[in-house]
Write a protein that binds this ligand. Sequence first.
Ligand SMILES: NC(=O)c1ccc[n+]([C@@H]2O[C@H](COP(=O)([O-])OP(=O)(O)OC[C@H]3O[C@@H](n4cnc5c(N)ncnc54)[C@H](O)[C@@H]3O)[C@@H](O)[C@H]2O)c1
Length: 437
Amino acid sequence: MDKPSKIAPAKGKLGVLLPGMGAVSTTFMAGVELVRRGKSQPVGSLTQMGTIRLGKRTDGRSPLIHKFVPLAGLKDLTFGGWDIFKDNAYQSAANAGVLNPQDLEKVKPFLSTIKPMKAAFDHDFVRLIDGPNIKKGKNKYELALQIKEDIANFRKASRVSRLVTCWCGSTESFVKPEDVHSTPEKFVEGMQSNHPSIAPSMLYAWASVTSGVPYANGSPNLSVDIPAIQRLAHDHNVAICGKDFKTGQTLIKTVLAPAFKARMLGLDGWFSTNILGNRDGEVLEDPGSFKTKEESKLSVLEYILQPQLYPQLYGKMHHKVRINYYPPRGDNKEGWDNIDIFGWLGYPMQIKVDFLCRDSILAAPIVLDLVLFMDLAQRAGMRGIQEWLSFYFKSPMTAPGLYPEHDLFIQSMKLKNTLRWMKGEELITHLGQEYYD
Ligand SMILES: NC(=O)c1ccc[n+]([C@@H]2O[C@H](COP(=O)([O-])OP(=O)(O)OC[C@H]3O[C@@H](n4cnc5c(N)ncnc54)[C@H](O)[C@@H]3O)[C@@H](O)[C@H]2O)c1
């Protein structure tokens, strides 16, 4: 793709559409409002706190990212969403129990005004929850058209100049790409005939993309990761990205694994287990939804360690991931990792990681960054898969035939170099020979 010749300014309001108004969505919206009111800091958000080095190390040019590229300001964000429950964003946030009552109280009037639109839902894809706020339609195509109408109505009523959708709904049952997902035409026929392999998240993706609205996928669901929607994204000049926010355990995994590989340390096995007690954990108790998550979490090590290139080091590794629903912990997940590595002459060593994290606290700034960067990409005319946003995903989408980059530091370099490229700045290779001439 050619370098964007110009980036349209971030004029007017930016609407953020969130299918799924649960723990992550409400923590994100509440956080944006707390930050806008000067009551909190946007910790964890690269767009708000990060800088970018330009030119040589001796140039002393490291502007804030949001001053370097024209991002929408927090004050211009306005929110809408869908959920199978009728709770407004305040009730849902209180129910999720991520933020303490004092913080929630400060944003109660704001959150209470955000009421979910009726969801396109299919119990076969999310078996362990059910709710009353659900669309009715003859077939999946009708439901998708209703979502398109919701998007158009929201655009009009909230007087936004641009929109971005970020899927924060539940993890759906595992589906593999099939013939019905292969072209836009077959996909429409599939929706009309209620094809069982078309998941609700795909209906939101189709409605968004065909409405010209960029779509980021925070869950491991296929959603936009099918050829039919990718073709439509190309034809409608819409940016898409996914999948599955990289937050706790996988974030740490994609920091540690590249270190082992860089130093040619071997790996016998990596056992990862989690306990969590939020609604996400409840949904993941279902084997279908767990399989989708497991696939997303497992792929990381294979790609980073490349056992085909290093059979002596990584050819026999055992990688296991477990997730256990344990209500007392709520959103405060505990992720344990036992890592069996080996060094010089094959001598074994162990590393134990115990991350007592807060799932939605880690995910909320990712939603913010994705929304702002996707809006930027859209204004810069960058259509289709936005691989430079791999930094935020456990299972990054790539062009067909390309393997994804999982190493967090390669991803970070890719992201920042993309911003430099967009603005016509020199890319940073870290070669550094010029300092020694
Ligand atoms: N750290 C994290 O929290 C993290 C990391 C990676 C991915 N994710 C993913 O993000 C998503 C949201 O996580 P969460 O903790 O907020 O979960 P949550 O269960 O609190 O919220 C999800 C919401 O989606 C709603 N929903 C389900 N199907 C829907 C549909 N078809 N249409 C509209 N709404 C629907 C549910 O009712 C629920 O309120 C999950 O898929 C999760 O796997 C979260």
